[in-house]
Write a protein that binds this ligand. Structure first.
Ligand code: S6P
Ligand code: ZN
Length: 187
């Protein structure tokens, strides 16, 4: 049978915005980010309803399906908790042999990467930057600019997320502002 059908999701190339009934959106407020930033007291004193980042995702197969792919766009708003820039929680994949692609769409950011031995390094993110996140490497994105940071992601539908390890042990490197400039500091 020959048939021509409309795609169930569209992606606005310039902004990464996803549209369609199958798109899910998750917002992370400051209240969802306990023990993520270095200064937990400062985080607690700030407006807990403030949205720090939003993720739109297209998950055409069930989470956990072997060999499927998910697609997403993340927006991190500009701002800081004390001197530390707004960022995602960050995670290892639950399945440690699953990799991921990120690419910069808009704004200025840093991708913090950390291996199992807690060696950390950072890649600059900007419109057009492409990042291959190797299997077994934890990843977190940081907005170091004054505008929104927007990036795309593509990952395996059976990668899963291990947030607990990051909540417990953090990353071994953080991005803070010093004299108006982002600097990388060790934990
Ligand atoms: C999923 C992928 C991204 C993140 C998103 C938010 O594997 O890496 O879609 O989920 O950028 O970050 P986090 O650390 O809160 O999941
Ligand atoms: Zn991931």
């Amino acid at each position: 049978m020959n048939k021509i059908i409309e795609p169930e999701v569209n992606v606005e190339i310039e902004s990464g915005k996803l549209t369609g009934s199958k798109v899910i959106t998750v917002s992370k407020k400051l209240s969802d980010l306990a023990n993520i930033f270095r200064n937990e007291d400062t985080r607690r004193e700030m407006n807990q309803d403030q949205v720090i980042y939003r993720v739109q995702a297209y998950m055409p197969v069930d989470e956990g399906t072997e060999a499927g792919l998910f697609f997403g766009t993340t927006i991190i708003y500009p701002g800081k908790v004390g001197d530390e820039y707004f960022m995602t929680k960050g995670h290892f994949h639950a399945q440690s042999d699953r990799a991921e692609y990120y690419w910069g769409i808009e704004g200025e950011g840093m991708l913090v990467l950390m291996d199992r031995e807690r060696n950390a390094w950072v890649e600059k993110m900007y419109k057009g930057s492409l990042h291959y996140i190797h299997a077994g490497v934890a990843h977190r994105t940081v907005n170091i600019g004054e505008e929104k940071l927007i990036f795309g992601a593509c990952w395996s539908s059976d990668a899963g997320h291990n947030y607990d390890e990051i909540i417990k042990n953090g990353f071994s490197a953080r991005l803070v502002e010093l004299d108006g400039e982002p600097i990388l500091v060790s934990e």
